[in-house]
Write a protein that binds this ligand. Structure first.
Ligand code: HEM
Length: 324
């Protein structure tokens, strides 16, 4: 996985290097989202809007322009099917290359009918893209906003990069000596409030939690946002302070238990937390290693975000130059 992220890192740096002059945060988000982002971003946003309006798809006209959903959905499905076909043709059951290979091999080796179902495979890939693309690229866009809003944070991260990584490619184990950078990422996850609530879940049995009875069949959504601003855990919670995650020796201290839950909790908590944390760390370090970012015009704060499914920053402008 790390090797794949390093590959993507090179793509990201190459793409950013080709941009000149003042940039918008939207461009940054598309670049970090990768080459396939256009189709998935549009598909995802349109799909979500349509899901939020029951019966919309049955209207004979398209009052708020959601019809492209069908087109994006078709394009995404066609893309997944062609990828599955390519994998099937070049499959070596002893050498799985990725998720699609592993899924196909499970169907062949163990005869599990679920793993022979192409529709199931396409729908799983689609869910992974939807769950992983917007969350990670929006968090990195928030990180960029905080880098330009708080240049002193950017300088401290760069200082750590010079001491630990130098000019070579960053790797996941570098985080062990990069306490400030880890604290900054944790503060970005907290302060941005990207995931205000968990997904909707259904209670499978009558339950009592702290004296409150929750009947079977009741829908539940955990309020994750409340954990970001619990003043008893995070004093002055409306200030951006990476140092709150450092101890007196300057070491990173990860919040424990239920103190802070950007990836939710319980059995249905985020499946991609490990991947997300690796990407956030490696992408952030590689861009600050290569470039110095500066705000252009009025800066934006986290309270002013846009809420669709995740809390995204309002579009902002920035500029950047290559470091010596
Ligand atoms: C900063 C990045 C990310 C954040 C903050 C995040 C957060 C979350 C949250 C809050 C949930 C809802 C859990 C619940 O309902 O209790 C979730 C679910 C999920 N996430 Fe993530 N996520 C991130 C990145 C990723 C990535 C990179 C992937 C994988 C490619 C991923 C895959 C999933 C999946 C598959 C689920 C559904 C799990 C289930 O229903 O059992 N996420 N995520």
């Amino acid at each position: 996985m790390e090797a794949k992220i390093i590959e993507e890192q090179e793509y990201l740096i190459g793409k950013l290097s080709s941009l000149k002059g003042t940039q918008s945060s939207d461009t940054f988000k598309l670049v970090v989202g990768g080459a396939v982002s256009n189709i998935f971003e549009a598909y995802y946003v349109a799909a979500l809007k349509a899901l939020l309006i029951p019966g919309y798809k049955y209207l004979p006209w398209d009052p708020i322009g959601l019809r492209p959903l069908q087109l994006y959905e078709r394009q995404a499905r066609e893309f997944f099917r062609s990828e599955v076909e390519l994998h099937r043709k070049s499959l070596d059951i002893n050498e799985p290359r990725d998720y699609i290979d592993t899924f196909l091999i499970e169907g062949i080796k163990n005869g599990n009918s679920l793993f022979s179902d192409e529709e199931e495979l396409c729908s799983t890939i689609s869910q992974l893209y939807i769950a992983g693309y917007d969350t990670t690229s929006t968090t990195l866009t928030w990180a960029l906003l905080f880098l330009v809003n708080y240049p002193q944070c950017q300088d401290k991260i760069h200082e750590e990069i010079c001491k630990t990584v130098g000019s070579r490619a960053v790797c996941w184990k570098d985080r062990v000596s990069m306490h400030y950078t880890q604290a900054f990422i944790q503060e970005v996850l907290r302060f941005s409030g990207l995931t205000g609530s968990a997904l909707s879940h259904v209670c499978t049995a009558d339950t009592v939690i702290q004296g409150h009875s929750i009947p079977k069949g009741c829908r539940i959504m955990a309020n994750l946002y409340s954990t970001y601003h619990d003043e008893s855990v995070f004093p002055e919670s409306y200030l951006f302070k990476s140092e709150r995650f450092l101890n007196s020796d300057g070491e990173f201290v990860k919040p424990t238990g239920k103190q802070m839950l950007p990836f939710s909790l319980g059995k249905r908590a985020c499946l991609g937390e490990g991947l997300a944390r690796t990407e956030l760390f490696m992408f952030l370090v590689s861009i600050v290693q290569q470039f110095h970012f500066t705000a252009v015009g009025e800066t934006k704060s986290a309270e002013e975000g846009i809420d669709v499914f995740t809390h995204s920053p309002l579009p902002f402008k920035y500029t950047f130059c290559a470091r010596e």
